[in-house]
Write a protein that binds this ligand. Structure first.
Ligand code: FE
Length: 356
């Protein structure tokens, strides 16, 4: 497996940075060697998933199929720019991204082509993919993490509660310019309409304990340290802390509690990481085989065990003590592609309410 890493940071689409990023991409991640572009036994993977456990999966794929995986790993924005600047000559076969808002942005930019596959259609529920253009491959929930000494679980039963005046000065989130927050706002807009979503966002901003900074894990740690009473985080960050052997991580978990939102209503917001075949893929067949491999029961279990996400495929047995101890919860069945359509609205709401 060849791995090229581009070192620019992932971020949402900010036009001002685009030229700089295209340049950066060209400078620090030169194209895959031409010999790799089209070869019967190779696959060129562009991935913005940032989880080290994925590498073992690619090696398994090579062992099973003989198809060599050349990996270009970078932040989503740099990858999207690279694919666009490579145009029809792009050697990229498959693009993997974390979060539906990023997948939708790539779809809007016309970067994917359909992957007709009965295997994928049968394995992945329709609400977790965009037709056969891109496919959710893992699921994660947007959850709340509380300091039970300061915030009672009853007062954060729903995402709506985050805007309640009772939580003034207690709420912590990463910036709403980030895809994970944009997707949550988009989901609110899809369910309740843009006006209600904006009013909600305004209420959450009014409750912030501090200016948004850091990633999801930083929010959880800030709950443990007493800076925040309740944080918003992707589920796998909390599960990762639960599985950590570091005393400081164990202390964070001991001090906090995960709360599944909207359990009496529509269920917790579910997002995916996923991918599809790139429009100009030189190795289309290998791309399909690779996506089918990622949707196989074995790989689905590996995803769950390695990055603490849940399979998209039904009936997969996982072996993950953190996920097992978190137990079952109610999931919002909302189609990913439906809330992804509200992303522009969500970005406007984030801007308008100054959630950054
Ligand atoms: Fe993440």
């Amino acid at each position: 497996m060849n791995v090229t890493t581009m070192t620019s940071k992932p971020a949402l689409l900010q036009p001002r940075r685009l030229i700089g990023l295209a340049l950066l991409a060209a400078l620090i991640a030169p194209g895959l060697p031409q010999a790799h572009a089209k070869a019967a036994g190779s696959l060129n993977l562009y991935t913005a998933r940032h989880y080290s456990s994925d590498d073992a999966l690619y090696e398994k794929f090579t062992k099973a199929t003989g198809i060599k995986v050349n990996v270009v790993s970078a932040g989503d924005e740099a990858l999207l720019q690279r694919i666009k600047s490579e145009g029809a000559a792009s050697p990229g076969d498959v693009l993997l991204l974390a979060d539906a808002s990023r997948l939708f942005a790539a779809e809007q930019d016309g970067l994917f082509q359909a992957t007709p596959s009965k295997t994928l259609e049968n394995a992945i529920p329709a609400n977790l993919r965009s037709g056969n253009l891109w496919f959710g491959l893992t699921t994660r929930a947007r959850v709340l993490v509380i300091d039970p000494a300061r915030v009672k679980p009853e007062s954060v039963k729903t995402y709506s509660n985050l805007a309640s005046p009772a939580l003034k000065g207690l709420v912590c989130t990463r910036t709403a310019a980030h895809p994970y927050m944009i997707s949550l706002i988009a989901s609110q807009a899809a369910h309740n309409g843009a006006d209600k979503a904006e009013a909600w966002a305004k209420g959450v901003v009014a409750n912030l304990a501090r200016k948004p900074k850091g990633g999801d894990t930083d929010q959880i740690k800030a709950v443990a340290s007493g800076e925040c009473g309740v944080a918003v985080s992707n589920s796998y960050y909390y599960a990762r802390l639960m599985r950590s052997t570091k005393p400081e991580d164990k202390a964070v978990v001991a001090k906090t509690k995960l709360v599944w939102p909207d359990q009496a209503g529509r269920g917790a917001h579910i997002n995916v990481s996923g991918g599809g075949t790139l429009k100009n893929a030189p190795n289309k067949d290998n791309a399909r085989k690779f996506l089918e491999f990622l949707a196989s029961k074995e790989t689905q279990a590996d995803f769950a065990n390695g990055n603490n996400e849940w399979p998209v495929v039904a009936g997969v047995k996982t072996d993950n003590p953190a996920l097992a101890s978190l137990g079952e919860f109610k999931r919002d069945p909302q189609a990913i592609a439906d809330f992804a359509k509200q992303i522009r609205t969500a970005q406007q709401i984030a801007d308008k309410t100054g959630w950054k």
